[in-house]
Design a protein around this ligand. Sequence first.
Ligand SMILES: [Ca+2]
Ligand SMILES: [Ca+2]
Length: 177
Amino acid sequence: MQSFEVSNLQYIRKKSTVKLVQLFDAYDVDKNGKLIMEAPNGQPYDFVVSGDRRTYNDLATDAGLDFIKTYADGIGVWKPFVQPYTFTDVNNDGKADDINNDGQVNDADFTKLPPTDLIPRAHSRKLLVHAYTFRNEPRRLLKDYKNDPAAEYRNFYALGIDGVFSDFPVTAVMARQ
Ligand SMILES: [Ca+2]
Ligand SMILES: [Ca+2]
């Protein structure tokens, strides 16, 4: 069972032995690959209501992972928490430019940055790490994957991801072999 909120997982932990996963979200990514923690995606909504100021970036710190370990078995994160990316912003409007000149700005205009250390830091606490959402369409794949969805899976598998949320599970399984 997974949730973007915290208190419901903490509650279930006391009532059940079902495996629990803390989901991480973000508003967006800036051109330095930093996750933007703004409403409505930057915090667990129960934190918003209770006045707890911690964001998902805070939950991804060592202290945050120690906290999650008290009530969950793993984390399920938006992919850039593990594999950040950057984009070109020549006109300096804070938004990605259309690098491949196809008239649209999407993941195909973004470029990989070095992976974060979130997976090893979670694994050192025996927390599983999942990432979402994997898709096959070229517009959903970073430029580095060269229109090959298997290349994205292989990247995450090599980084040690324990599970993936995929809209194309056949591709996910094929890439694992
Ligand atoms: Ca721009
Ligand atoms: Ca484009």
